[in-house]
Design a protein around this ligand. Sequence first.
Ligand code: PEP
Ligand code: MG
Length: 587
Amino acid sequence: MAPKDSSYTVQGTSLSRGRAYGLALRFDEDAHVLEPERLLENESRTDALDRLHTAFERTREQLKEIMTHGSERFEDVIELVFQAHLLMLEDELFGGRIRQLATEGSIPERAVTDTIEELASSIAEKEHKLTAEKAEDVRDLGYRLLVNLAPQPPTRTFVAAKIVLLEHVFPSELLRLAIDGAAGIVLVDVSVTAHLSILSHSLGVPVLAASWESVRNIHDGMPLLLDGDSGRLEILPNTDAVDISGSRVEAPGQDVSIPAGERPGELRSDQDSTHVGAPVKVLASVNILADALAALDSADGIGLYRSEFPFIIRKGLLDEQTQYHIYRHIVSMFSGREVTLRTADIGGDKILEGESAESNPFLGVRGIRFSLANRPMFREQLRAMLRAGDGADLRIMLPMVSTVEDVLEARTELNRCLAELAEARTPHNSEPKLGAMIEIPSAAVGAEEIAAETDFLSIGMNDLVMYMLAVDRTNARLTNHYRTHHPVIVRTVAAIADSAKNAAIPFSICGEAAADPLLLPLYVGLGARAVSVAPEQLTDVRRDLASLDVTACRGLAEKARVARTVQEMDAVLSTMDLREAGRVGTK
Ligand code: PEP
Ligand code: MG
């Protein structure tokens, strides 16, 4: 067992880079709830009701403060999360019930905790992952109220500058912790879904997944050093070796602007003008506004906007106008540059309220299937995208296309929305490009027909590898089987590239492999027009591309097409491997 009073280190899995120093805060359902009975002493009923009234006031003020002065980076999320909290505070079922119990004689803390439990368990009874997330919202707001019931509540949020350890987590909760100023986050025994992992990258806070066993001896207030780069958590670190002047040791790479002369197409003075510098666009993959801001100075545009995130954060469908505002904000930030909005990839591990759980969700109603099964919602989203894209270089991309029929049906819906907007004289983009993600084996085999019906293809490597090799992308036990550079995968990507070429349309690569320095030369050699990568990878990828000899990349691609085993592929790719010490290309 790990020692309790001397420094030791545990190894976890890094989900978001950066290093942070802070005091531990274990954040689970029962922790930190103030002992109700203790606070009852010497308090009259009138005083208790006054205290409750003040706690409501403080909570309301805090929520409004976050909404009006919260970080610009999280504007979209703040609106989606805290607006719901504000409404819940005033709701009869929440605020009303707490007041009722307190008036009937419960002490305020008991009224809050009982209401949380009543509401959370009635929600959880529905046995749905998403409703369970709403139960977390109830607990989260309830906890804020409890903290505010203290006669002198902390002036800073309770998670500020702390390294928070969580045993249950939902996407919106992760965001709340980042917004509330947590220095770092440790997910304890949490099954990390694909989208939890993707979202972690967007937080600007180091995040680590660790086993319960490895962190069992960590208690509140223990100093911790979280290294999201190496995936290590140091408990009781030797503070002489650490700069602890601020809680944050080092923010994850947000500064991604790069010197002129190192952009694709631009040549450094020492480069041979005939060969060097791949003419490949470096686009950003964006989940929330914070990513778009981080990418603004250095991306050639947005290659993938995962439009399901607002739905996931709000835990339900959004109306056209709300979607329009979110998309418009992002599109106008990138004015003059291409912006690819992907229609919602709902389903899989991202189910919305009211949707029935499926026994095999990754083979279920996911992505474009969900949209085509929910036409009114799909049309609202398409209209919001078309309106937001007025005057912009707008591309609309369909996720999880399995066959050309999906594209044809989606095209019909798009044309219908275009006609409606034109008829109503609503300003919109009347000539959006329509593209398909190729991330399912059947779409890879049918890429020829799909290419003939679209304006561009984007290969979603995360899912393509998962479905081709039948390897769950979130299963840590299968990491060795998840081989992005397997000859079968490389031949598939090459065949998709050929289909795009035959149809005279461009293709791009997205997913984590798009930033892999081992694979970039291959993708360039196969003729990719663009790669779409996470904001913190833009600088490295751009630099890698600028160093590439396109003719050599083509030669490499020809050899890679005929490699038969992983070993043969390794031998081919290693001749142009761009990996170097410290380069984290495959995060
Ligand atoms: C992919 O599958 O590679 C992709 C980019 O989509 P997502 O990760 O959102 O499923
Ligand atoms: Mg995908």
